[in-house]
Design a protein around this ligand. Structure first.
Ligand SMILES: NC(=O)c1ccc[n+]([C@@H]2O[C@H](COP(=O)([O-])OP(=O)(O)OC[C@H]3O[C@@H](n4cnc5c(N)ncnc54)[C@H](OP(=O)(O)O)[C@@H]3O)[C@@H](O)[C@H]2O)c1
Length: 302
């Protein structure tokens, strides 16, 4: 392939930036499309074009997708505020983007969703993710769905949350801290997105992307404490108390925790069965231990 164009909706975000960098390094031209495309320091490359686009607005989606061979939708909304709803972004927006992509002859669509997406979830966010998958597929049948577990890099995402919580003198656990998690390196998910653009056998399939090792939440805390060379007491805190705390914190202008995040922590977030995985894409994902330790991302196996 010679320099094909890929539009990354949400390309300035945490995962979006990794996807853009990975594509550029692999020789693609990339169009970053979001509401504030100038934000973020990376990537600066003449292979990267930045366009203003709101996923709710078809008139801005069309020029963002015109001429693209593939689209990756990495747009996120984690909290309903300022009149923005999960339905607008994750369901209706995903549908609009998929329909525009189909109308404009975009060949491949990758939708970033999340492990655990379910229409039966108590979380509005998680339900919207599942409905968004259906909405994207209804407009673009060959949509490849990538469902990562909790994302991190050496200093961002879940690792940054672990760093913050281990600064406390006493660490409150979600319940007994037994929820199983499979934190995944954002660079590995970015590599998976590119593989899905390139590998025709991935069209229309769901992939669940978890890191190299599964840990309980308590073990994740212990890894960070070990990395810092410190000890802290940990206390179990029932989920009912976390829900109350999330409700109270919701009164703040920028709440550090919300109800949907508490619900997410009530359920295991690990790769399930009957779905594609990193192994099918020839990628050996890093473990949380390796990410925290700053192990250099290894090259993919194929
Ligand atoms: N972070 C995690 O642990 C995690 C775990 C599993 C799945 N995921 C999924 O991974 C994807 C990326 O998440 P992330 O954490 O990288 O998100 P993020 O850092 O919050 O970035 C969100 C991106 O979406 C863009 N965006 C937001 N509203 C938009 C709109 N109305 N129109 C167009 N673009 C818009 C933002 O740019 P502007 O604000 O400039 O528009 C930004 O580029 C999401 O689908 C998320 O649900 C994340």
């Amino acid at each position: 392939m010679t320099d094909p164009l890929v539009t990354v909706l949400g390309g300035t975000g945490f995962l979006g930036s990794f996807i853009v960098n990975d594509l550029v390094e692999a020789g693609y031209s990339v169009r970053v499309a979001c509401r504030h495309p100038g934000r973020g320091i990376r990537p600066e490359s003449d292979r990267v074009e930045r366009v203003t686009c709101d996923i709710r607005d078809e008139r801005s989606l069309r020029p963002a997708l015109e001429g693209s061979a593939a689209m990756v939708n990495a747009v996120a909304l984690y909290e309903e505020k300022h009149g923005l709803t999960f339905d607008q972004i994750h369901v209706d927006g995903a549908h609009k983007a998929a329909r525009c992509a189909r109308d404009l002859g975009v060949k491949r669509q990758i939708l970033i969703s999340g492990i655990g997406a379910s229409t039966a979830s108590a979380s509005n966010y998680v339900r919207a993710r599942a409905q968004g998958e259906q909405a994207a597929r209804s407009a673009f049948g060959d949509t490849t769905i990538l469902r990562p577990s909790t994302l991190c890099s050496r200093h961002q995402g879940f690792v940054s949350a672990l760093d913050m919580v281990t600064r406390l003198p006493v660490i409150p656990l979600f319940g007994r801290g037994n929820t199983r998690l499979q934190p995944v390196y954002a660079g590995d998910v970015a590599a998976a997105a590119r593989r899905c653009i390139e590998m025709s056998g991935t069209t229309g399939k769901p992939f669940e992307l978890g890191g190299g090792e599964i840990y309980t939440y308590r073990e994740c805390i212990d890894l960070m404490l070990e990395h810092k060379g410190i000890r802290r007491p940990k206390i179990p805190l029932p989920f009912g108390s976390w829900h109350l705390l999330a409700t109270l914190l919701g009164l703040l202008p920028k709440p550090p925790l919300n109800r949907d995040q508490v619900i997410l922590m009530e359920n295991d977030n690990v790769v399930g069965e009957n779905v594609g995985t990193f192994a099918d894409l020839g990628i050996e994902p890093l473990s949380l231990r390796a990410i925290i330790g700053g192990e250099r991302p290894h090259p993919c196996r194929t």
